[in-house]
Design a protein around this ligand. Structure first.
Ligand code: TYC
Length: 104
């Protein structure tokens, strides 16, 4: 969609609407499993999602009890990168921890 800018005489300016749409946001969710240690999940939440130790513990316990929980909300590319970082850290450490993204 385009708009015209009034008050410019013959030189009517046309502007393509690029910056008016909000960036689409995505949730990064952690999933529970029986093998990843609580300590490792807390570490990931602090390191990748900049949670305080208390927040990280709360989110980890929410995932442990309810099966999944919100680690953070980001633009698409950031959300995908964080989910991949979680998975590669977990595989490196030998844990099956999963992280998924979902439209916010
Ligand atoms: N359920 C795991 C345990 O009891 C802890 C855990 C929490 C694992 C959150 C994954 O996303 C997770 N060791």
């Amino acid at each position: 969609m385009t708009e015209t800018t009034p008050g410019t005489g013959d030189a009517v300016k046309e502007r393509v609407r690029t910056e008016k749409r909000e960036p689409q946001l995505f949730k990064v969710l952690l999933l529970n499993d029986d093998y990843t240690t609580m300590e490792f999940v807390v570490h990931v939440l602090e390191a990748v999602f900049q949670k305080s130790p208390a927040e990280a513990y709360q989110v980890m316990m929410h995932v442990h009890v309810h099966g999944r929980g919100l680690a953070g909300v980001y633009p698409w590319e950031v959300a995908e990168t964080k989910a991949e970082t979680v998975i590669s850290m977990a595989r490196e450490a030998g844990f099956p921890l999963k992280a998924v993204t979902e439209e916010a």
